[in-house]
Design a binder for this molecule. Sequence first.
Ligand SMILES: [Zn+2]
Length: 426
Amino acid sequence: MKWSLLVFVFLTNLVFASPVIDEELYVIGSVEEVKDLAQSGSIVIDHVTEFGFELYGPAGLKKHLTERGIRVFEQKKDKGINDYPTFEEITEKLVELARTRPDIMKLFSIGKSIQGRDLWVMKISDNVEVDEVEPEFKYISSMHGDEIVGRELTMRLIEKIANEYDSNSVLRNLVNNTEIYIMPSMNPDGSFSRRRVNARRIDLNRNFPDIIRDRDNTPATREPETQAVMKFQSERNFSLSANFHGGSMVVNYPWDSTYNLHPLNDLLIDLSLSYSRACSEMYESSRFNQGITNGANWYLVRGGMQDWSYFWFDDLQLTLEVSDDKWPRYSEIESFWQGQKDSMVNLMQKVHQGAGFRLADKSARGSVKISQLSPKTRDLGSFRYQRGEFYKVLEVGEYRMSLDNGTTFTTTVSDGVATNGNYKDI
Ligand SMILES: [Zn+2]
């Protein structure tokens, strides 16, 4: 039955009856645009805002409105999305940013989601085409597809760096001395359908090797999105990372999977505070003291990315819960950004609170023992290095590094961005 005929039926017979609701829609625009249908009684309008309104009606309503040139979404998929960018729009934006800033930005895909969406990563550094020996930092967002705020925050961060690199000395100094990698969307299929899980209904933050129960660090049998991140991590030398989630406002630090304290617990608290302190809404949390929490003390997570990252790669990772509402109105994103943009920069800068070394042999690999000499004395254990370089984020203090090739040196860790990354040439 054609819509015009349907309307005719409604107009003539059903004006005072409740309409049959087959479609739950959201219209961007004014109710004026559907005034005729409203008057016919064939639709229901609800929750009118300055942006648009919910619209309920019979099968064929969306098609009819689209033919009339009205911007309309299916609410089930897009309820509350309002004007969040689509995956295609995000892709275009990333391509455009990389195109306009080829001096400091390079866009690449580390794989594809189940539904074939690229898993984009933006590398940000000076000499961006060159793999320099610099501390490596990464942000990954929205491995839970319905926790969308971090995707928008990381996109804005990339944009901010692109726009302000020439004029903002803090950002320029950071970019020039760091390799920054930002992945705004680890689960684009989940975000497309506004679901936590990926397209095969798997929770990606339970899909990594578990440091307690699943110590086989191989990608086989894991989800494609997980596999892509595992491969990416193994090919780099990340020493500090964070992943963005939503549903609360707190920085969650390792471990997630055991109640044992992490050997670098004090450092993790310091790193967490570098984020929470600059975000008053987080820092003044009534639930979490200073806006931070030990992961396991909150709740246990098995197979999460955070623990996996440090256990196998010495890459300290924090889980940033950046919004109470997982999918707020898009118009609220700007205030989340204003509230956390300094936190995001602060945490990136923390990658420079560390020390490392660089060998002439670019293929050298081995292990290094690290002992802290001050302000406390303790052995931190043995760590692997590869590709002739090593770097580790540490508490401020004095350290001794003893390589398996016999080389030993002492080094000082301070905060602030070091122009050479605090690498010792040996
Ligand atoms: Zn999450």
